[in-house]
Design a protein around this ligand. Structure first.
Ligand code: ATP
Length: 365
């Protein structure tokens, strides 16, 4: 993505409502044609950021640049930016075709252009033949497709989508995720998307900007966020993870020896780690392995199996370490003997599956 030109820049964006700071200094570059998702817990500032980009909210400080031009003070309708909200906001008294064509009509487009572009949009959102229906005669998913078509007909440079699938049931949501991604790729329009569903963010995005307390915690590709979280918050917000507390006993040549419950475990080092520091080792539950026999792996812990939950194709096992911490292991039930709680077991992982992070979980949302 970074080989593409920068389309949108946020520079030092802040927004304070009364005494509350909703956005606390955001810097970000969004590339042309990118699908970027703002992900984070409720109240972290996602909608405020989107509203500032749309021109619906004036920042208290900082600027928004589109194609290098400062648009911070430009009215929403003068920006090549459109927004799709969760609640569709269709005109109930207009049929689907009229809803979709609304923006073009307001711009004074001719009949022929309106008819041609409306038909193109209906095809794009797979609603050809639905033009004469009223919004009340559509399902939630179809209504949202009309809302998307209505926003795309004006060919915006950027489409902002605020939880557009939030009101849909899970099955429809999954289907729409794939469709939205297909539309975005076909049109090559930059999408800035809000969700608090981390699975949705990983599935759809080129990059994810993880937010907390009005700031970006980590911005990267889904793979970077999942495989290389930079903080405990990032690790725990995305995917199911173990965060096992330990102490950096020795640091040398790119490796840290981490003391956990009497075991000395080699981990990849980072230049910010100091000897003696308390750290968390992040290992995804799916990357942990379980064995009843001692394993000859450098990264392994011994403990007692305390819980064993069968869930069809997968089993979740909880292992208590001698220091009282628990480790979660997710493993396939193929060749699974169904170990009894109370057994002595070994958990192990490949060294690259373990990432050291600092504990920032108690810091404000
Ligand atoms: P959610 O996922 O729940 O929609 P969000 O991440 O989109 O949350 P925002 O809606 O941007 O969060 O809100 C960020 C913070 O700013 C919240 O604490 C919110 O209460 C506050 N806030 C947002 N809009 C206003 C407003 N108009 N007046 C006062 N406070 C506001």
């Amino acid at each position: 993505m970074s080989d593409r030109p920068v389309l949108l820049s946020l520079r030092g964006l802040r927004k304070t409502f009364d005494t509350q700071e909703a956005v606390s200094g955001l810097d970000l570059e969004v590339f042309a044609g990118e699908f970027l998702t703002l992900l984070g817990p409720s109240g972290c500032g996602k909608t405020t950021t989107l509203r500032i980009i749309a021109g619906l909210e004036m920042p208290s400080a900082g600027s928004v640049l589109l194609d290098g031009q400062d648009i911070t003070a430009l009215a929403p309708e003068k920006r090549a930016v459109n927004t799709v909200f969760q609640n569709y906001a269709l005109f109930p008294h207009m049929n689907v075709a009229k809803n979709i064509a609304y923006g073009l009509r307001m711009r004074g487009a001719g009949k022929e252009e309106i008819a041609r572009k409306t038909a193109e949009m209906l095809e794009l959102v797979q609603l050809t033949g639905y033009g004469k229906r009223m919004p009340g005669q559509l399902s939630g998913g179809q209504r949202q497709r009309v809302a998307i078509a209505r926003s795309l007909i004006l060919s915006p440079r950027i489409l902002l989508l605020d939880e557009p699938l939030g009101a849909l049931d899970l099955q429809l949501r999954r289907q729409m995720q794939v469709e939205l991604k297909r539309m975005q790729q076909k049109l090559g329009i930059t999408f800035i998307y809000i969700t608090h569903d981390q699975e949705e963010a990983l599935l759809m995005s080129d990059r994810v900007a993880l937010m907390r307390g009005g700031r970006f915690v980590q911005v990267g590709t889904p793979l970077e966020l999942y495989e290389h979280p930079q903080t405990a918050f990032a690790a725990s917000f995305i995917g199911e993870t173990n965060l096992i507390a330990g102490r950096a006993a020795a640091v040398k040549e790119g490796e840290v020896l981490l003391d956990i419950a009497g075991f000395s475990l080699p981990c990849e080092s980072f230049d910010w780690i100091t000897p003696g520091e308390e750290l968390l080792l992040c290992v995804r539950a799916q990357r942990m392995h379980l064995s009843t026999e001692p394993v000859n792996a450098p990264c392994r812990l011994k403990g007692e199996l305390v819980e064993n939950h069968y869930a069809g194709g997968e089993r979740t096992s909880l292992v208590r370490l001698p220091d009282g911490q628990t480790v979660r292991v997710r493993h396939s039930t193929e060749n699974d003997a169904g170990l009894a709680p109370g057994s002595e077991v070994f958990c192990w992982w490949n060294m690259p599956s373990g990432v050291l992070v600092r504990d920032d979980r108690e810091e404000g949302q």
